[in-house]
Design a protein around this ligand. Structure first.
Ligand code: ATP
Ligand code: MG
Length: 328
């Protein structure tokens, strides 16, 4: 069975962009593959995180991943730092990655710009991500569109390693959703929705109460047209239509027919209804899951135990290929 690997950072609160771009797909395709889903806490610390908050966010995010449908009886749900081979392999891959490749990354440039001091981890971020994927010899990586560039880099790193040291890694393919691969900020449809972007009107958290969701959508930035014109769609309106379509899974023709000529106020009401209807059951499951004492911890432990042998096996192969010391 082919392997799937994907990760999400325990930064901020998971939002509908994360859900539509990645998490929904995780749950959908999990049974077709040997699936590993990872809470990437080592990635989160590439930007300073308050330790107490980070610890709480890891647990919260695990609860959310279970609530959106990750089935721990089939898929491994684990925390990156609980399997030391992620960081170990990252070092070996760092040594085959030209700095120029990393300096070109869009995410690095955007995130570095917002920092007073840029930690080296921010530059190395995509190498650690390559390690996450290659460690498990994953063939499929379901992510949002913003991670396409990092996936290309992962393939470049794998190819370079394979050509220097012999065939070692499976070449991973990017898996994007057809609709919702890039959800934009509600306050600024020129920027992708992000957990780490400030502003109350920016993102809809999967844990937002219905009233807050409605308010944020009603205030979303649109344009100066009065109603939906598919021949002249502004980015804000396009984003709202994408959110609606990704949640309802309506075909494009039906969306076009239904919303053509609709006033923005009415469009927003319908988008809010669709988002609330989809998120409410997730929130109910989340509250049930987080109330079970010890449950999340046991799922995460079980996940780490399940994937550890795969990680150890890959690192042993890499060490042998590179001529590093291996006992026995
Ligand atoms: P941060 O701001 O801390 O980077 P983030 O919102 O970008 O947070 P990540 O944890 O970096 O979230 O990414 C988790 C997954 O969600 C990735 O697969 C990523 O491609 C996807 N994703 C993130 N933002 C969006 C978005 N706006 N639309 C669609 N998918 C997204
Ligand atoms: Mg991100």
């Amino acid at each position: 069975m082919k392997r799937v690997l994907s990760g999400i950072q325990p930064t901020g609160s998971p939002h509908i962009g994360n859900y539509l771009g990645a998490l929904k797909n995780w749950a959908k395709i999990q049974y077709d593959y040997d699936s590993i889903y990872c809470i990437v806490d080592l990635h989160a610390i590439t930007i300073y995180q308050d330790p107490k908050e980070l610890r709480a966010k890891i647990r919260e995010l695990a609860g959310m991943l279970l609530a959106i449908g990750i089935d721990p009886a089939h898929s491994a749900l684990m925390v990156q730092s609980s399997v030391p081979q992620h960081a170990e392999l990252a070092w070996m891959l760092t040594c085959v990655t030209p700095v120029g490749w990393l300096e070109r990354m869009t995410q690095y440039k955007a995130k570095a710009q917002a920092q007073e001091t840029v930690g080296d981890g921010l530059l190395q971020y995509p190498v650690l991500m390559a390690a996450d994927i290659l460690l498990y010899q994953a063939a499929i990586v379901p992510v949002g569109d913003d991670q396409t560039q990092h996936l290309e880099l992962t393939r470049d790193i794998a190819q370079r390693f394979n050509s220097l040291y012999g065939e070692t890694f499976v070449m991973p393919a990017t898996h994007l959703p057809q609709v919702g691969a890039r959800i934009m900020g509600l306050d600024d449809p020129g920027k992708k929705m992000s957990k780490s972007t400030e502003g109350t009107g920016h993102a809809i958290s999967l844990l937002d109460p219905p009233g807050a969701i409605r308010k944020k959508i009603m205030r979303a930035t649109t344009d100066s047209n009065p109603s939906v014109d598919f021949d002249n769609l502004g980015t804000g309106v396009r984003n709202l239509l994408t959110i609606f379509q990704a949640f309802t899974e309506w075909p494009s023709g039906r969306v076009r027919e239904h919303f053509s000529g609709m006033r923005y106020g009415d469009l927003k009401k319908q988008v809010a209804d669709a988002v609330i209807a989809a998120i409410e059951p997730i929130q109910q499951r989340y509250h049930q899951i987080t109330q079970r004492p010890g449950y999340i911890e046991s799922v995460l432990e079980q996940g780490a135990r399940k994937v550890s042998p795969i990680a150890q096996d890959t690192v042993r192969k890499v060490k042998q290929a590179m001529g590093l010391f291996t006992a026995g």
